[in-house]
Design a protein around this ligand. Structure first.
Ligand code: SF4
Length: 364
């Protein structure tokens, strides 16, 4: 099994944050306990608890058009209107059981402007573990690097897939490697000068062009100040057949990847791997053998539409459809018959949505 990704600050910091949320919102502990109980018995499973993880989009737009991203297939670089700060607060307030928030679109959150930082500050004021993902192209603008540092994210993931200029710029179309490296220097320098612990993680997505450069990616990431690195070893196709050809899952060497993680661990560097392809067997009666998204988490588009997870992300590709008579609030959707059916499809392994099949072994 591949080494899992480690949260920034380590598992201890992650658990400490969770305890703070339990104290701030006791319902979150009751709810999480109910969740653990429900998933332990698949034969009697029913959902009477709230989702405890959200990926919530502040916006649905991007300034790049990366090879492996669904945005590259859109006609424009914006799918829907931005989420308002008022709606954001309502979503957070509606769910006192929320433990984790990934404040990140299928796109670039820094395009959302200052409301993006206000959203993080609001979530963090309630002790919710909060992360985001950025391509770092806009850190220099609008003092974003300072605002990011002061907004108190638990984890800031920065996407760089190669330190070779032509490879990087071929993958991350519209970006310049030299600008991104300068921005990271700006951000890390500001953290150091302000005595703020560095909360960044570098993520690289492996596709055909960069799949052989994992050693170099890790070394260069360490050189520029990252101590936590995640490598996504299979570019999920976002439910789009057109992106299938970029997935290098079958040519990866898990033993070598784990060897690298062990090696860097002895130097105090956390390296972990993300994979989705063939991840679940679905053959036993355990829910641990199935995708956890339908049972614990929701992806909420900036227009309050509901793709199944961050690996699909675009509701125009697939969404858990609820009738227009049902409120589009996350909890109304979570407790809807349609979401219940989506869970049953994962439990029974019958009629799985097409987008979910690549995640399961022998279900394509
Ligand atoms: S099984 Fe479906 S919901 Fe789960 S990660 Fe895969 S595409 Fe997303």
């Amino acid at each position: 099994m591949l080494r899992a990704v480690i949260p920034v600050g380590g598992h201890e910091a992650y658990q400490q944050q969770r305890q703070k949320r339990f104290t701030y919102s006791p319902e979150s502990l009751i709810n999480y306990t109910a969740y653990i109980n429900r998933i332990s018995d698949i034969t009697n499973y029913h959902c009477d608890y709230k989702p405890w993880k959200y990926q919530l989009e502040p916006n649905s737009s991007c300034n790049l058009s990366c090879q492996m991203c669904a945005v590259s297939t859109w006609d424009s670089q914006q799918r829907a209107a931005d989420l308002s700060l008022t709606s954001f607060r309502q979503i957070i307030d509606e769910n006192p059981a929320l433990l984790e928030l990934n404040l990140c679109p299928l796109g670039e959150p820094l395009l959302r402007g200052d409301d993006f930082f206000a959203m993080c500050t609001y979530a963090r004021s309630k002790e919710i573990w909060t992360r985001t993902v950025t391509n770092a192209t806009l850190l220099h603008a609008n003092d974003n690097y300072k605002k990011l540092a002061f907004s108190n994210f638990n984890e800031v993931v920065i996407s760089i897939d190669s330190f070779n200029k032509s490879t990087y710029e071929s993958i991350r179309r519209g970006s310049k490697l030299s600008n991104v490296l300068r921005n990271i220097e700006l951000l890390h320098g500001f953290y150091r000068n302000s005595d703020i612990p560095i909360n960044t993680k570098l993520n690289a997505v492996l596709i055909t062009e960069n799949k052989d450069s994992v050693d170099n990616i890790i070394q260069r990431a360490v050189d520029i100040g990252f101590s936590n690195i995640s490598i996504t070893i299979d570019a999920f196709n976002w439910g789009l057949d057109a992106l299938d050809g970029l997935n290098v899952y079958s040519s990866n060497d898990d033993l070598y990847f784990n060897h690298l993680a062990d090696l860097w661990s002895t130097r105090g560097i956390d390296v972990g791997f993300v994979t989705t392809t063939n991840k679940f067997h679905g053959s036993t009666s355990s829910l641990e053998d199935r995708c956890s998204w339908p049972f614990s988490a929701m992806y909420i588009g900036s227009d309050l539409r509901y793709p199944p997870c961050c690996h699909v992300g675009d509701p125009d590709v697939f969404e858990v459809n609820v009738p227009s008579s049902i409120s589009t609030s996350p909890l109304a959707v979570w407790f809807s018959d349609q979401y219940s059916l989506f869970r049953q499809q994962h439990i029974s392994q019958l009629d799985l949505p097409k987008v979910c099949k690549p995640c399961y072994v022998n279900n394509s």
